[in-house]
Design a protein around this ligand. Structure first.
Ligand code: NDP
Ligand code: 8X3
Length: 260
């Protein structure tokens, strides 16, 4: 049976890599994001390379009406949704609590918490009716430990962690799996967005660091999605070799030096 995955934030980073991984393996891909031209490019690429079926789904997760309309329309195009990946999200700014930009805070809360809830509220009933499905929530190491100036971003990811636990309980009765993947630092467009297009500052975050790649997270999602039916990974924290937690990491050169 052909399976269907809906990935939010499929225009870039983890979401795009997950869409590619599942397309390569025969899934129908519902690829969501705001940048329609990127979704169309992804569709062309995946159709070309893997003969995959790709349905671009254009909406802003912060806009409840848009989410409702987009998922209602999607239901006319697919019979079922086997996997939902709640991945769309961002950090905006990196400031002390007394100096943070309230518009940044609202963007993060509206996207990372409310957006995730809007999408889940539309898709979870599809899965409960099917009595099967798998919801992935992309958290962060920031969901496990707060770091300096990370205040509101970390709070949104703590909320994702809490919601993941709550969803696992609420979906238990329906045989629907719920898995949080909490990545550490990964070189995507994440820092470019956080630092509002400052390429040099964004690059500096990953300099001499050998961070995670988007494809690493896609491989892990694929692994979690292909476990035996009775096995569910509830929560997974994954970092690159040189990062232990949100606040403990070293540069690659120091790691080598410290080891003689
Ligand atoms: P990217 O910036 O590369 O991708 C973010 C994706 O989210 C884009 O596809 C973007 O699509 C989408 N998105 C953002 N805002 C909205 C919105 N309002 N409506 C719809 N889609 C939206 O970053 P990552 O791939 O790194 O980030 C993906 C997730 O992983 C985020 O939740 C992030 O917090 C988390 N994360 C990232 C880490 C990292 O170091 N990179 C580590 C841990 C977690 P578009 O702009 O087209 O709408
Ligand atoms: C993204 C990784 O370390 O910037 O969640 O919070 S970090």
């Amino acid at each position: 049976m052909n399976k269907t995955i809906l990935v939010t934030g499929a225009t870039s980073g983890f979401g795009r890599a997950i869409a590619v991984k599942f397309a390569e393996n025969g899934y129908t891909i519902c690829a969501a994001g705001r940048r329609e031209e990127r979704l169309n490019e992804l569709k062309a690429e995946l159709e070309n390379k893997y003969d995959a079926k790709v349905i671009p789904v254009v909406f802003d997760v912060r806009d409840r009406k848009q989410v409702e309309a987009a998922i209602a329309d999607l239901k006319t195009k697919v019979d079922r949704i086997d996997i939902l990946v709640n991945n769309a999200g961002l950090a905006s700014g990196l400031s002390s609590i007394d100096e943070g930009d309230i518009d940044d805070w609202e963007a993060m809360i509206d996207t990372n918490i409310k957006g995730l809830l809007y999408v889940t509220r539309q898709v979870a009933p599809i899965m409960t009716r099917q009595a099967s499905g798998h919801i992935f929530n992309i958290g962060s190491t920031a969901a496990k430990m707060v770091y300096k100036n990370g205040n509101v971003y970390c709070a949104t990811k703590f909320a994702v962690d809490a919601l993941n636990q709550a969803m696992r309980i609420d979906m238990l009765n329906y045989g629907i799996k719920v898995t949080a993947i909490h990545p550490g630092m990964a070189e995507t467009e994440f820092s470019l967005v956080r630092f509002k297009g400052d390429e040099e500052r964004a690059k500096g975050v990953y300099a001499d660091f050998n961070p995670l790649k988007a494809e690493d997270i896609a491989d892990i999602a694929w692994y979690c999605a292909n476990l035996p039916a009775h096995v569910c990974i509830n929560d997974l924290t994954v970092t690159c070799l040189t990062q232990a937690t949100s606040v403990y990491s070293i540069k690659e050169a120091d790691r080598v030096k410290n080891n003689g």
